[in-house]
Design a protein around this ligand. Structure first.
Ligand code: NAP
Ligand code: MG
Length: 514
């Protein structure tokens, strides 16, 4: 760390415009954000050029979209155009499904399982070899800090391929006494918050079980999915086993409607998830199987007997990891009354040290918001919090002038009926509330339409089990938060969707069990 009188970011920064009810977090004597700076440490990205145009990946080849339409993909940290991405229409989706069917009938569906496993191991190893390149591109295209894409996303992506590679020839041990059979062509639609990780969650188990795939990445983050297509070519994966159709919501909708798809796996917003469920419910026969991984509004519950400093770190990573673009983010903090003041004081100090800025800088904690539309949504929800009586506390950090940024924010005096306590914000915004008894904590935590995840912080193991049993959430972390492993299932209750991904449960979603 070096002392610099002139911040490296200074030429391109403006202070966060303080609004009336915004209380800037107290300046600390050592305010790293302003007075002490780390020297800039940007990851070198020059060795990973991005082609000016990206085509669709169908039947093992990169092909132009039938309508010759393209859309721009931009860097959310600079607003610079990175490349043009092909916009697939219904005809392109049909070509991709036909290629996937041909590969299923001709090669993949009848290939001995141990051979399928070898391809998955090969893909996993190439991902590891090219992980720096993939991490840099993930950060440039999506805005997440390089230290997250490099140290969390990419290792998990490779781990998912390794994990499911291992299962490919052991499916009958996964389901003793049953005969697992593949389903056919899987249509998979993913969001922008973990572009490669969501692709890995979906592609790896589908292929391990002998299915072929048509994947639709999110509009704002297609670049790394197309690099993954290059990796499939490099691994000699037979043509048509995985097809990637980039495009808009309509591209995803065309995939959902296609009669040749045997399974739809969707991760995204509750709103689109409901639309998909409705579309499929209207198809009386030949409807594909469906799994939905949707939004969340997780409760992070801190009891008086919790290890407080450890909990502070968990709260911080629970909400500010990936700019809060995390479906399972601990966006509602419930603190037991006796430690409320202490926790708030420690949180204020800790939030003030978070570094917001260039996502490619290795010291950055909070990168860019993924798109201007998402930034608008975060701003409007925080404004609603202010209007409904919450106090908005924000750091006094400086934000770059260009790009989409939102400072780490904490909302206090939040009441359970406020929109910020009920609706998913999907940004770096924490809503803080209190409780007195474990029963009250459980009741408040469950008081939301969602049920994806939760956190419990306490010194007592018995309390963890007692509380966890009553929380209506698919994933519950105890004395930690946002920990992922390919072997553990992930999925929600209520409006957070149904079906599980990861672990054995993730395999079951891609098999017929006779
Ligand atoms: P989204 O708007 O629902 O989009 C998700 C995907 O669906 C994108 O690829 C999108 O394409 C596509 N899509 C849009 N309209 C469609 C339609 N009518 N039919 C079929 N596909 C359609 O969600 P998002 O804003 O990208 O992602 C944020 C949401 O995902 C949050 O609510 C978050 O909680 C949720 N999420 C959940 C999990 C989980 O595991 N439960 C994990 C990550 C994220 P375009 O990009 O082209 O619009
Ligand atoms: Mg982008």
């Amino acid at each position: 760390m070096k002392r610099s009188s002139k911040s490296a970011l200074k030429p391109a920064v403006k202070a966060v415009a303080p609004s009336r009810a915004v209380v800037p977090l107290r300046e600390r004597r050592l305010n790293f954000g302003d007075k002490w700076d780390y020297a800039p440490a940007p990851e070198d990205h020059k060795g990973y050029p991005i082609a000016p145009r990206h085509e669709l990946f169908i039947d093992g080849k990169f092909v132009k979209p039938r309508a010759r339409r393209y859309f721009d993909s931009i860097n959310p940290a600079t607003e610079e155009k990175l490349t043009e991405i092909a916009l697939a229409d219904e005809r392109d989706v049909a070509a991709a499904v036909a290629a996937a069917r041909k590969a299923y009938d001709g090669v993949w569906g009848k290939m001995p399982a141990r051979e399928r496993g070898k391809y998955l191991f090969r893909i996993a190893r190439i991902i590891q070899e090219r992980s720096r390149e993939l991490a840099v591109l993930e950060t440039i295209d999506g805005g997440k800090p390089i230290k997250e894409s490099r140290d969390i996303d990419l290792p998990l992506v490779a781990a998912h391929f390794f994990y499911y590679a291992g299962w490919a020839d052991k499916l009958k041990y996964a389901f003793p006494g049953r005969t697992p059979r593949s389903l056919g062509v899987a249509g998979q639609i993913i969001p922008w918050n973990f572009p490669l990780l969501m692709a890995a969650w979906k592609i790896a188990p589908a292929l391990a079980c002998g299915n072929t795939v048509v994947l639709k990445p999110a509009e704002t983050t297609s670049i790394t999915a197309l690099r993954l297509a290059e990796i499939f070519q490099q691994a000699d994966l037979p043509p048509g086993v995985v097809n990637i159709v980039t495009g808009a919501g309509e591209t995803g909708a065309a995939l959902v409607r296609h009669p040749g798809v045997a399974k739809i796996a969707f991760t995204g917003s509750t709103e689109v998830g409901k639309l998909i469920a409705k579309t499929l419910a209207e198809r009386s026969n030949n409807a594909p199987r469906l799994t939905l991984e949707l939004g969340g509004k997780a409760a992070n519950i801190v009891f008086e007997d919790a290890p407080i400093d450890q909990a502070i770190e968990g709260i911080i990573s629970g909400i500010y990891f990936n700019q809060g673009h995390v479906c399972c983010a601990g966006s509602r903090l419930f603190v037991q009354e006796g430690i409320h003041k202490t926790v708030l004081r420690k949180l204020r100090d800790r939030i003030q040290t978070l570094r917001v800025g260039n996502p490619l800088d290795k010291n950055t904690d909070i990168g860019a918001i993924n798109s201007s539309a998402q930034l608008k949504k975060i701003r409007s929800l925080v404004k609603s919090g202010e209007e409904q009586g919450a106090v908005v506390e924000q750091t006094s950090c400086r934000l770059p002038a260009k790009g989409y940024w939102f400072p780490p924010t904490m909302l206090t005096r939040v009441s359970p009926s406020h929109r910020v306590a009920q609706e998913e914000i999907f940004g770096p915004v924490l809503s803080v509330m209190t409780f007195r008894t474990p029963e009250e904590a459980i009741e408040r935590a469950n008081n939301t339409p969602y049920g994806l995840s939760a956190g419990v912080w306490t010194d007592k193991g018995s309390k963890i089990f007692k509380v966890a049993q009553k929380l209506r959430a698919g994933v519950i972390w105890a004395n930690c938060y946002n920990k992922f492993d390919p072997a553990s299932p992930f999925g929600g209750y209520k409006e957070s969707g149904f079906g599980r991904e990861g672990g054995l449960h993730g395999l079951a979603a891609y098999c017929r069990l006779d």
